[in-house]
Design a protein around this ligand. Structure first.
Ligand SMILES: Cc1cc2nc3c(=O)[nH]c(=O)nc-3n(C[C@H](O)[C@H](O)[C@H](O)COP(=O)(O)OP(=O)(O)OC[C@H]3O[C@@H](n4cnc5c(N)ncnc54)[C@H](O)[C@@H]3O)c2cc1C
Ligand code: FES
Ligand code: FES
Length: 470
């Protein structure tokens, strides 16, 4: 059984826990405002807000209900477009009307949910962030300019919004219906605990891979729903290591002060990964176990020479992430073994890190090739180097030979050119929809050079590296 608050009502349901929230709200609760577009997390027509009680206040995140199992709604406040209804239009709706931001209207519900959800965030509203909040919504009619103007209008109206706990202000100013202020008290009466998993069940986290790959199966497949395990969402530092819970999402990492301190460009890197609603759902462990050769989080953590801590029947083992991949989608893992933690050595002040991704469009696209580099130096000498690359072989690749070749060598263009030759011998790209093998080899070179140009700008320029390697 699952229990949660759906808009204004507390609901209990015996429907299969693997049913999508989209099908539940449309076909069982007859809330037809939420639209069905792609059912693959791409279009945003099915966007809902999901509220969780965090340290006594509600935190709302946009999610695509087409990929969200009902189990993940346990103990949450699920808000569909109907849950934002008031006697008058709210300022997000009014801004879209004023600017002509809707034509056929199929995408409009998703845009309104994302825009209203953006108003609920704990920060000063800015135009760039408002636009980022709709990066998971696609419109085939308007050409976006009118929607951008509506965001501009909305942001202007939010300038006096408090930057912490804004719900009461939003209710007073009629952005949200009044019942939102009663949710924190009501949600405490609902247990967040989940049904015990059946044996031999498959782990289901955010569902953003599983529900794209096996949508029908997942409704009734025996499942261990792990997304709501709050302990495994935490990120902390201890004894020189940073620990990331397996069920932390890309958003959790983006917002973590520890990650921001270790990687000052964290925000930039994570915003290259999928879209806001998918980053709110997709977990680190899900990315590792999906084993896509271009998994962005996998490439990120490979370059940190991370370890993963796996658990099976209370027995724990720790292995290097680079040893987890045995062949295309073949893992060093028993079927019901779970990843619990990822850990890496906290970078010292001598360490630098860079992540690069090339895809056909900047947002909401998977990589043609992605790569990360983690390097420590003493003076001009490399003391530690870990380079990872995706999209150029059957597995997300840690470049063993290239990385060890760099150690104890002086940073010079000639060194990078030599290292690039080794990199070339370690990769085996194939031609596919994301580019020809030759193109990917060229990208691999460019991203490898990009690491050194970005990390050591006074030592390297692109022209110098290209001439040296000619
Ligand atoms: C529209 C869209 C855009 C996307 N864009 C990107 C992108 O830009 N970059 C990118 O890298 N990925 C992208 N993805 C893929 C996906 O979002 C990520 O791979 C995500 O991290 C998967 O996590 P999840 O929690 O949703 O996994 P799930 O679908 O829940 O699970 C995936 C696999 O992991 C296993 N699993 C989950 N948790 C555990 C655990 N604790 N222990 C053991 N096994 C576990 C599951 O059994 C399953 O085999 C995109 C997906 C969509 C739908
Ligand atoms: S229906 Fe397209 S994202 Fe859900
Ligand atoms: S108004 Fe038609 S898809 Fe956006």
């Amino acid at each position: 059984m699952v229990q949660f608050i759906l808009n204004t009502q507390t609901v209990q349901s015996e429907e299969p826990l693997g049913m999508t929230v989209l099908d539940f709200v449309r076909y069982h609760k007859h809330l037809r405002g939420t639209k069905i577009g792609c059912r693959e997390g791409d279009c945003g027509a099915c966007t809902i807000m999901v509220g969780s009680l965090v340290k006594g206040t509600m935190q709302y995140r946009s999610m695509t209900s087409c990929l969200m199992p009902l189990a993940n709604a346990q103990g949450k406040h699920i808000v569909t477009i109907e849950g934002f209804n008031m006697e008058q239009l709210n300022p997000a709706q009014q801004a879209l009307v004023n600017e002509g931001g809707t034509q056929c209207g199929f995408c409009t519900v998703g845009f309104i949910v994302s825009m209203t959800g953006y108003c609920m965030e704990n920060a000063q509203a800015t135009y760039d962030e408002a636009i980022a909040a709709i990066d998971g919504n696609i419109c085939r009619c308007t050409g976006y300019k009118s929607i951008e103007r509506a965001c501009q209008q909305l942001v202007k109206s939010l300038q006096k919004k408090p930057t912490q706990k804004p719900i009461e202000w939003l209710v007073k100013k009629k952005y949200l219906p009044a019942y939102f202020t009663t949710i924190p008290k009501r949600i405490k009466t609902i247990t967040a605990s989940q049904a015990k998993p059946k044996t031999n069940s498959i782990a289901v986290a955010g569902g953003t891979d599983l529900y794209v790959q096996r949508p029908e199966d997942m409704v009734t497949a025996p499942a261990n729903h792990v997304f709501n395990q709050n302990k495994l969402k935490t990120i902390y530092a201890k004894n020189g290591y940073v620990y990331i819970g397996a069920q932390a999402t890309a958003t959790d990492m983006l917002e973590s002060s520890i990650m921001q301190t270790c990687f000052p460009k964290m925000d930039e890197y994570m915003k290259l990964v999928s879209s806001t609603p998918i980053r709110n759902m997709g977990t680190v462990a899900g990315n590792f176990v999906n084993a896509s050769p271009i998994g962005d989080l996998t490439i990120f953590f490979l370059a940190l020479n991370s370890e993963i801590i796996l658990t099976l029947k209370n027995k724990e083992r720790t292995i290097l992430l680079k040893d987890f991949y045995k062949g295309y989608k073949k893992l060093s893992k028993k079927p019901t073994e779970l990843i619990h933690w990822i850990r890496f050595k906290k970078p010292s002040k001598n360490h630098v890190f860079n992540f690069e991704k090339v895809c056909k469009r900047t947002h909401l696209d998977i990589a043609s090739v992605n790569s990360a580099a983690h390097i420590s130096t003493k003076g001009k000498t490399i003391k530690e180097a870990h380079i990872s690359i995706g999209g150029v072989g059957p597995i997300p690749t840690y470049l063993n030979k290239t990385s060890s070749f760099l150690i104890d060598k002086k940073l010079t263009p000639a060194l990078i050119s030599e290292a690039h030759k080794i990199l070339n011998s370690e990769i085996s790209p194939i031609s596919d929809a994301r580019g020809s093998a030759d193109y990917k080899r060229l990208l691999a070179r460019q991203l490898f050079f990009a690491h050194f140009i970005t990390l050591f700008p006074s030592t390297f320029s692109l022209q110098q590296l290209v001439v040296e390697s000619a």
